[in-house]
Design a protein around this ligand. Structure first.
Ligand SMILES: [Zn+2]
Length: 374
């Protein structure tokens, strides 16, 4: 599984002058239950065979070794349940790191001085970590769900009061029994709420879903502390012992809708700000400038968008235009970069919120925009 920590580690990795291969593989299976990533890998390998074998930093042997390492890992390290793979490895150096997860990524092979993180950030930012709480009056199950799959599960069972045989409907002992039963439920729900609070502290889910009968869910919510109740994005009916795959299948449309709503809300705020010409940017250059000034609160970006740019080797400023010299320091030492990758790197590095939207949704903003903090 992958997490923000992987991304942070990659962002902090210093460049050592060696070229790094960043390889993204779509490992989903087609209608014949086959994976097709080898076609992509073979095409890439064939391209290198055609190249001059002694191009600087691209020595054929070192590249051959990269493909051999990738092949070995796919044979031994890949878990068949997963659908996406990201591999980073140095050309002519020892570093090799493979990440795998249950959602697909677009096939890409990039060679550059630093690991390419954009597509990984896109996966991480497009899915939330959910805590799914299923309960009835005697059990609670807490599912930790990320990228559509179960990471972990906890369960608490309580022994209910036995129903006494001499309890007559309407009688004195019946009233006493009912009162004790109500107290028992209160007691259990309080304990379940503590379990949920502990889970939130430990696992830090982005949000919570509470499932059970309408009455139990409403009652249980009263026991949750305010800051935890605020995390609840969906409640609904579900049997406490429903299979995990059934639970996830039924929840998926609700969770997708919630994710989409969040992205739409950010986009709407961005458009309103732009209309009022107030603390917002549209397009690559103004967004890059705002990022480099540390002003971005929320970045809104089109999925898989790419744009070429340059970085000044002297002052480090990144431009989304193919400038020959730096407009800040006049240096003529400019290196080519992927401006989209730079935007994501900076936003992630600064801890800005990032919302990815579908292709074409923000063409009028030239693929990227941001809401500014100041
Ligand atoms: Zn410069």
């Amino acid at each position: 599984m992958i997490s923000k920590q992987d991304l942070e580690r990659l962002l902090e990795r210093p460049s050592n002058g060696k070229q790094i291969v960043s390889l993204f593989l779509d490992m989903s299976v087609n209608s014949n239950n086959k994976r097709t990533h080898n076609i992509f890998l073979n095409q890439r390998r064939a391209q290198f065979d055609e190249l001059d074998s002694d191009r600087q930093n691209h020595h054929r042997e070192a590249i051959g070794e990269v493909f051999a390492r990738v092949g070995d890992w796919l044979d031994d390290g890949f878990d068949e349940e997963n659908r996406g793979v990201v591999i980073y490895t140095e050309v002519g150096g020892p570093w090799f790191e493979a990440l795998q997860f249950p959602v697909p990524v677009r096939n890409q092979f990039v060679m550059s001085p630093r690991p390419v993180v954009g597509p990984l950030a896109q996966v991480l930012e497009s899915y939330d970590h959910h805590g799914v709480v299923l309960l009835d009056r005697e059990h609670v199950r807490i599912l930790s769900v990320y990228l559509g799959t179960l990471l972990d599960e906890f369960e608490v069972h309580k022994e209910p009061l036995p129903t006494s045989r001499d309890v007559q409907p309407g009688g004195f002992s019946q009233q006493r029994f009912q009162r004790r039963k109500r107290e028992e439920i209160r007691h259990f729900f309080k304990e379940f709420a503590d379990e949920v609070a502990g889970f939130v502290r430990r696992d830090r889910p982005d949000d919570l879903v509470i499932l059970g009968t309408e009455q139990n869910v409403a009652k249980f919510m009263e026991f949750l502390p305010e800051e935890i109740r605020k995390k609840v994005i969906h409640t609904g009916a579900m049997e406490v012992d429903e299979t995990t795959s059934e639970v996830l299948g039924k929840l998926r449309p609700h969770l997708d809708a919630h994710r989409e709503m969040e992205a739409q809300a950010a986009l709407q705020q961005l458009r309103e700000r732009l209309d009022q010409d107030y603390l917002a940017t549209a397009g690559y250059q103004s967004t890059l400038t705002a990022l480099q000034e540390g002003k971005v609160d929320t970045l809104v970006m089109e999925r898989d968008h790419t744009r070429d740019g340059v970085r000044c080797k002297s002052c480090g400023f990144v431009f989304a235009r193919m400038l020959k010299s730096c407009t800040f320091c006049d240096s003529q030492e400019m290196e080519d970069v992927n401006a989209s990758e730079e935007v994501v790197r900076m936003a992630e590095g600064q801890g800005a919120n990032i919302e990815f939207v579908g292709p074409g949704v923000i063409s009028d903003l030239r693929g990227v925009g941001s809401i500014l903090r100041f």
